[in-house]
Design a protein around this ligand. Sequence first.
Ligand SMILES: Nc1ncnc2c1ncn2[C@@H]1O[C@H](COP(=O)(O)OP(=O)(O)O)[C@@H](O)[C@H]1O
Ligand SMILES: [Mg+2]
Length: 324
Amino acid sequence: MENILEIASLDVRFEQPQGQLRALRGIDLEVKKGEVLCIVGESGCGKSVLCKTIADVLCKEGIEHAGTITYGGIDLLAMPEKKRRRLCAKDMALVLQDPHTALDPRMKIGRQLDEVLKKYEKKLSRKERTQKLIEMLEQVEIDHPSQRMEQYPYMLSGGMKQRIVIAQALLKRPRILLADEPTAALDPSVSKVVLDLLKKINTSHHITIILVVHDLAAAYHYAHRVAVMYAGKVVEYGTKEDVFETPLHPYTKALLRSLPGLNKANRRLETIEGSAPLIYEDIRYDAFACRNKEADPRDFVEQASMSQFTKTHFAAVRRGNEDV
Ligand SMILES: Nc1ncnc2c1ncn2[C@@H]1O[C@H](COP(=O)(O)OP(=O)(O)O)[C@@H](O)[C@H]1O
Ligand SMILES: [Mg+2]
């Protein structure tokens, strides 16, 4: 299967008073054309930074990049900034967590959507644009589209707003849709409707989707492939069958053991103690080793250059103190 995106040795570092925070550490990842790639991992592991780096929406100030993001045979990170911005703005659409802040509260829905068509479909007449908007709202399962277009965002429910945001993203006909926890602000029943819609878009429009989800069960249901991230690294990547049936990394194994299952009614779910470290230095050991009870001592091989902060943090995590 053809790759639409290839990421190699991607590093993103944020300048902070304590030093450079390694938000992404040598990410290697392929995204297959027409598939849904789910990214999972606990808070702070770099999922959003990865999506924003791909979609080129990170503010460049105080940030260092290394590595390559190859799209259409070209390394996006090596492109002139203006050209990259134009390409990413057209070909990639980013849907974020909170639909309440994604829409302008002062503008009617129809006008907000029309702005996209005016920008990307310059040849269409006003009448053709309206027709296209109605069709798009029908595709994202919004009832009474003509009436909805006359409404303001506050008149719609959270789930409807997120579907409007998805419609807005699709109007420019992107090749990759990045959805960063698109259901985090929604009720579980509404979440399912939104995720089902994304899956339908993937199947019917053949749009590649990178979907960040918190819920492993959702990843299993919606993904073709899964990437598991931990402390700025992709620690496991493969087809969903491979990742869920034969996980290789201890973090993936631990995550799967913490999943509720219908046949485990009487079993206490496992938790992963401690929290993920923030990493400021180059480390050669597995960052998860300090939280992994079954880790091999060789996983811990520490470098002399490890910062005091990281050392203290790891020592505390090993003692079971989460408050560091
Ligand atoms: N603009 C920024 N400036 C400094 N640090 C940031 C910035 N954005 C994210 N980070 C840090 O990078 C790490 C990864 O963040 P993020 O990708 O948002 O995690 P998540 O996996 O929860 O989406 C976190 O430690 C976060 O605090
Ligand atoms: Mg995030």
